[in-house]
Write a protein that binds this ligand. Structure first.
Ligand code: BGC
Length: 742
């Protein structure tokens, strides 16, 4: 059907072109003329639509599409998950596979990995590449990226988000949005807002003070909208102030459309709409996924029973709903269709290209974080390592299938063991042992990995075999962590605890006993506890790396890529070191989740409580060393409203080229309200050859010094002294300098 409508549109477009040559353009319908201003086209189309047609474009017609206006040649709108690759096609009204043979994609690394690159260029490359894949598959809306803040390490969906810091997430989301949309494909930034856990995600009410809302939970959404120019946003499942986020007066009308001036479309999360009257008045524009069990909830077309379908039409017909509100929703959806499905300038896109694989590998490589590297256990030197033992299920398990709606069907996935084998070639013997049994399934909505991960050995025997393989190896690489099974890193369920599952701690401890040349690689989208950390020399966070996971990991392990990733969230030693847990403000059974820690999320909590994390926000090592000079502020006293600049020299003092993320944090020395010790307000990733020095200069704008005052409902800049802290991590400040705003 989609194709037919597209052909119709194309035909209409051609007719217009022909008539254009013979007569002035204004004689054709304005809405079809893309040389006309957007708003003129929207008004023209709106004026031609019947009431029924208007309502028809405000709700889904299938699992992932909504109707256009066939009579006017306005095409359907097609959405797709998101956010790490283009989801395989499902049946019209089923989650099951449509069994296409040409819908495999390149899986890009999970968004935690992208955030860990701390490199806006990587975000642009990501957006460009995934946007091209979406475009090629004729998708109009990509359901992603996700920017919910990392509040607890138990959130099953943290891997789809960009970490704990609003500044980092804001900077990293913008290029993704811009580059996707250059393809004539809208992003749909999700899940707006306060969807910071999966437990009871449809039911809990987030109780958050305005300060935490504005300072922590909203900035990345605001940046995506205002700086990125996002064309759509997805409402979250949870409640806020007693209303579902998908039809929420405060979040949607007051803040998003009011304060931020959003002119795009609010799309409900699938099944996130619950009430027609609220959906009409509280800011929702386009309803998807209601009755997600499909057509069987109604004998006729269940899509007509959606809250924004017949029930809405009925209210309009009897005059019980405002036409102004209806027209506002329709304008937004028309704008979205003109920007995407009816965008004549969009490029053709491409799918599974070598460039996309290369992009996936590069991003994954830049996001991998070297957490610990005692005795230079890494990189593994193939001149001396003749036997390498690889242990662990995650070395062989495909990770692109599973985890919920972000699950993909990839053309090819390079697992860690495959990547290691390819990098090592004939240079060394590789022995593999599984060590533990985790999740042997490999199936999501009918996409199957086809891997046989069945295992009959006992836990003790698996450990015994792993130890035997590792004992006399020159290097041991344990590859474990979490996976995308339920209660691991997976949608719709949270983790039960911070510890590694499946007796992995025992395996690691046993390996550490017999071989000091042990590196533990964690594949996850979340922090994990590491009770064995003092016993192992190497620790690497590899994230869910996508199609090129194995190659990217091998690039780092063998030194082809010098690691430069930095943690986008804190790894606490134990759960209670995290604010939400310390204050008992997370309980998977609670229907009311009070964000008692307020603004003290992640490192802000660690700094305030002086708790030493296992690995701090911003931490990440390199195979070279960087020395920092003294931070210099040439004009340390400025009038309110002026910028302040702070510079620092950074030198590569080692023998290999490397990249460093220079981080700027700011602390307010004295303020009326309690503020965090310091907050990230700038970062720059620089490449340095051995011996090379670069000067990094940060411009501190007045807005960066403000806090949100609940009482005034506004941002406040207080005069006084501030400190700029510059360093290699939130717990590794190398230099600081004071400045004063008068
Ligand atoms: C998820 C969304 C996703 C949608 C469509 C929902 O369950 O929360 O993130 O985009 O399904 O698959």
């Amino acid at each position: 059907m989609k194709l037919i409508i597209r052909l119709m549109t194309a035909a209409l477009g051609m007719a217009l072109t022909v008539s254009c040559c013979q007569a002035p353009k204004s004689e054709g319908p304005v809405y079809l003329d893309d040389s006309q201003p957007m708003e003129a086209r929207v008004e023209d189309a709106l004026s031609r639509m019947t009431l029924e047609e208007k309502v028809k474009i405000l709700h889904a017609q299938s699992k992932f599409s909504s109707a256009g206006v066939p009579r006017l040649g306005i095409p359907e709108l097609w959405t797709t998950d998101g956010p790490h690759g283009i989801r395989p096609e499902v049946l019209w009204d089923e989650w099951d596979q449509a069994k296409w043979t040409n819908d495999s994609c390149v899986a890009f690394p999970a968004l935690t990995c992208l955030a860990a690159t701390w490199n806006e260029d990587m975000s642009a490359l990501y957006g460009k590449s995934i946007g091209e894949e979406a475009r090629y598959r004729e998708k109009d809306v990509l359901l992603g990226p996700g920017v919910n803040i990392y509040r607890t390490p138990l959130n099953g969906r943290n891997f789809e988000y960009m970490g704990e810091d609003p500044y980092l997430a804001s900077k990293m989301v913008v290029p993704y949005v811009q580059e996707v949309q250059k393809n004539g494909v809208a992003v749909c930034v999700k899940h707006y807002a306060l969807n910071n856990q999966e437990a009871r995600r449809h039911e809990y009410d987030a109780i958050v003070d305005d300060r935490a809302l504005y300072e922590i939970y909203l900035p990345a959404f605001k940046a995506a909208v205002q700086e990125g120019g996002a064309w759509s946003i997805m409402g979250a499942y949870n409640f806020y102030k007693g209303q579902h986020a998908c039809h929420n007066q405060y979040l949607l009308n007051d803040i998003l459309k009011g304060e931020w001036g959003f002119d795009g479309v609010v799309i409900s999360d699938w099944g996130g709409t619950h009430d027609t009257d609220q959906a009409i008045t509280n800011g929702l524009d386009l309803e998807f996924g209601t009755w997600t069990n499909g057509l069987n909830s109604s004998s006729s077309n269940s899509y007509d029973t959606y809250y924004l379908a017949d029930p809405y039409l009925e209210r309009l017909r009897i005059g019980a709903a405002s036409e102004d509100i209806l027209n506002d929703k329709v304008r937004r959806v028309l704008r979205l269709i003109f920007r995407t499905a009816m965008n004549n300038d969009k490029p053709a896109g491409s799918m599974c290209s070598p460039e996309h694989d290369e992009a996936a590998r590069q991003i994954a490589g830049e996001g991998i974080v070297l957490l610990k590297n005692d005795n230079d256990v890494l990189p593994i030197d193939l001149a001396s390592a003749k036997k390498i033992a690889v242990i662990g299920e995650n070395a062989i398990k495909m990770m692109t299938v599973g985890g919920g709606s972000s699950s993909l069907k990839v053309k090819h996935e390079c697992t860690p063991l495959e990547g290691i084998k390819a990098a090592v070639g004939d240079n060394a013997e590789i022995v593999y042992e599984r060590g533990y049994v985790g999740d042997v399934t490999g199936d999501y909505n009918g996409v199957v990995t086809g891997q046989d991960l069945s295992e009959s050995r006992s836990e003790a025997k698996l450990i015994e075999d792993a130890v035997a393989a590792a004992k006399d190896a020159d290097a041991v690489i344990f590859i474990g962590g979490l996976n995308k099974a339920s209660h691991q890193d997976c949608e719709d369920s949270d983790r039960y605890h911070l510890e590694l599952p499946y007796a992995q701690d025992k395996v690691i401890a046993a390996l550490a006993e017999v071989n000091p040349n042990l590196t533990v690689v964690i594949v996850s989208g979340n922090a994990v506890a590491m009770p064995w950390v003092d016993k192992v020399n190497g620790v690497v966070e590899a994230w869910f790396g996508g199609s090129q996971a194995g190659n990217a990991l091998a690039d780092v392990l063998f030194g082809k890529v010098n690691p430069s990733g930095k943690l986008p969230f804190t790894f606490p030693v134990k759960l209670e070191d995290n604010g939400a847990h310390a204050l008992n403000a997370y309980d998977p059974e609670d229907l009311t989740v009070e964000y008692k820690e307020g603004i003290f999320v992640g490192y802000r909590w660690a700094d305030k409580q002086k708790v030493k994390p296992l690995f701090a926000f911003g931490h990440g090592l390199s195979y070279t060393d960087f020395s920092y000079g003294d931070a210099v502020c040439r004009k340390p006293s400025v009038k309110a409203g002026s910028d302040v600049t702070v510079s620092i020299d950074v030198t590569n003092t080692g023998d290999v080229a490397g990249k460093e993320v220079v981080q700027l944090y700011i602390g307010d020395n004295e303020s009326a309200l309690v503020r965090p010790v310091k907050e990230l307000k700038g970062f720059r990733k620089i490449a340095l050859n051995p011996g090379e020095t670069k000067t990094v200069t940060f411009t501190i704008e007045p807005d960066m010094l403000k806090y949100f005052d609940d009482a005034k409902h506004g941002w406040v800049l207080e005069n006084g002294k501030f400190t700029a802290y510059i360093g290699a991590a939130s717990d590794d400040i190398r230099s600081q300098v004071e400045f004063e705003v008068k």
